[in-house]
Design a protein around this ligand. Sequence first.
Ligand code: SAM
Length: 283
Amino acid sequence: MEKNKIQPSTLYLVATPIGNLEDITLRALKVLRDCDFIAAEDTRVTAKLLSAYEIAKPMISYEKHRLRSAGEEILRRLGEGKSCALVTDAGTPAISDPGEELVALCLARGFAVVPIPGPCAAITALILSGLPTGRFVFEGFPDGKPGEKRRVPETLEGERRTMIFYEAPHRLARTTAELAEVFGPSRRAVFCRELTKLNEEAIRLTLGEARERFAKETPRGEFVIIVEGRPESAGGFWEGMSIPEHVAWYRETLGLDRMAAIKAAAKDRGLPKNEVYRALLGD
Ligand code: SAM
């Protein structure tokens, strides 16, 4: 079997540029040209990419609201011996994008899956960040259902590895405030925007500085937020405690009243008192 020849009944996961059209691999172009059809998250977005490289190919839509029906259609065609290239609007399929379900279905039905690696915003931001890259955690979008109280998980508080988050511009201020609350205002972070584009920028701030800045103005573009893991020297006896546990410790162990305990916990964590208070209310 020739390694680079398109194979029948095979799903190809093709990474595409996250901004700069030139960031597409020769192999990705070959697969897009030679496959039988393309499954695209948004066919209009992919049409622009194909037109830039003069590729004409039948497409079907594979977007998040019709993963099941479109998935069945893709599997049916794979069953007929056709080859499919799955692409999303930008970056690597199945990374905070459609693809994961289709890969699982293909594998369950015995179809081959071949990755065609390329751009991924998370990795691009990580290598630009200047923070440790040896070990890292990808958290994707710190989202939750509308009305949910906290979205950045407090369980990450003690995480020592570098953390990667995706975020949309309209939620940047809120997410940054949550990050500052969970990790403390002195934790370093890098806000990477417009990666691979003309106005690519890595904004390096502490979470406290970022909270203040983004409360006033939100820079344009999509963001990858890289947060430093907990430094070895950080923390005190309260390491690993949640905010309510921290306050309870002061009350139960030192017998402080509620306000004094809140004040002490806020000082330890470098947080404003009202943030500790809000955490106690489950806000
Ligand atoms: N599958 C994609 C990948 O491999 O990176 C991610 C898709 S996810 C729906 C979109 C998110 O990726 C954006 O909200 C943003 O956090 C990040 N992103 C994508 N392109 C970016 C860029 N050029 N600059 C900064 N962040 C970007």
